[in-house]
Write a protein that binds this ligand. Sequence first.
Ligand code: T4K
Length: 381
Amino acid sequence: MNTMTTLEPFPERIYVTRPVFPTIDEVTEKLQDIWQSKWLTNNGPQHTMLERELTEFLRVPCLSLFNNGTIALMVACQSLRLSGEVITTPFTFAATPHVLSWNNITPIFCDIDADTMNIDADKIESMITPHTTAILAVHVFGTPCNVDKIQDVADRYGLKVVYDAAHAFGVEIDGRGIGTFGDISMFSFHATKLYHTLEGGALAMNDVNVKQRIDLLKNFGIKNEEEVVMPGINGKLDEIRAAIGRIMLGYVEGERLKRRRLHAVYDEELAGVDGLTLMPKTAADVKLNWQYYVVRVDEKIFGRSRDYVYDELRNYNVFARKYFHPLCSEFTCYRQLNSSAVANLPTANAVAGQVLSLPMYGALAEDDVRKICALIKSFRR
Ligand code: T4K
């Protein structure tokens, strides 16, 4: 039966996500503290407290706050003195390869794993050259990379490992914070993330010496009033955003659980629909954050392309997103790289042509998720 006739467009736009908002009263209270302190940025009390609270929350030994995740990742590359070539994934947000370019490093795109959509750890070794200094892997949509295999390759070739954990706030493997893997991990606290500080980010690291270097780099390299010891940048998080981050820590677990519930609804509604591949299932010892809900549409089986589903959903006021299409290797600034050749990235190209991020945020009603699923099923041919 064609259900389209019975389904009306949503009265208001349903976006792929909506930020979690604290109450105005909570924010006002914190603003009053800041006004009293007469301290707005440069390592103020809110910043100090948030850094401590997040270190504990994320179960990492050391953490440095930043004004956004991109600057944080740029500083991570600087702090480890990366150069030459860094092996990364094309299936990610533009920021990932861009931080390499801003560090004068050539991104070398490695193909991805078809199930997790993360860098294919088995293919990394074949991409290593004498110029390779590191692996920059992304825990795409919060699904952990194959951290053991990546570390094994890195150890054998003396490479650094940096994780873009922009999507992986609060993810744990066997009780271990995701930010403890590799040399440095970056978290994004952008408004669209499960946990946010409006804009913001952090680096997590195991080595306190690396933290000291990072803290200098994010503050112009200033050691004291008389000494500037390295060419740093301004990566500091201000007091207002740090205060909002402290409030948001009280919201994150509730939001995570609401999203987990919505994941289950999507799974229930879409399981068994021919031509749809649902979010990858992870090992039992992985604690997920349920931030995104992603499906893949196989046109040959579903009878409609991903783009058809995307366009039709818009007609019903549902604004899904094609994260991450186009691949970074398709951007004009990277297309000419040898590693960008489609023949080098068959899985990434196939996945990018099928992937669709569906609306996922705690304030989304369960019934709305069911209706979105009914729409998708009605598009099937
Ligand atoms: N690495 C990875 C793997 C990343 O995914 C990202 C960021 C980074 C690095 C860089 O971290 P940051 O430097 O950003 O800290 C969004 C986010 O802006 C971006 O942070 C995120 N990844 C990316 C996956 O998604 P857009 O271009 O899709 O954002 P936008 O403005 O289209 O927002 C998406 C939807 O969210 C809107 O359709 C409506 C809703 N929205 C958005 C904002 C900003 C709201 O309802 N309210 C809002 O205030 O990139």
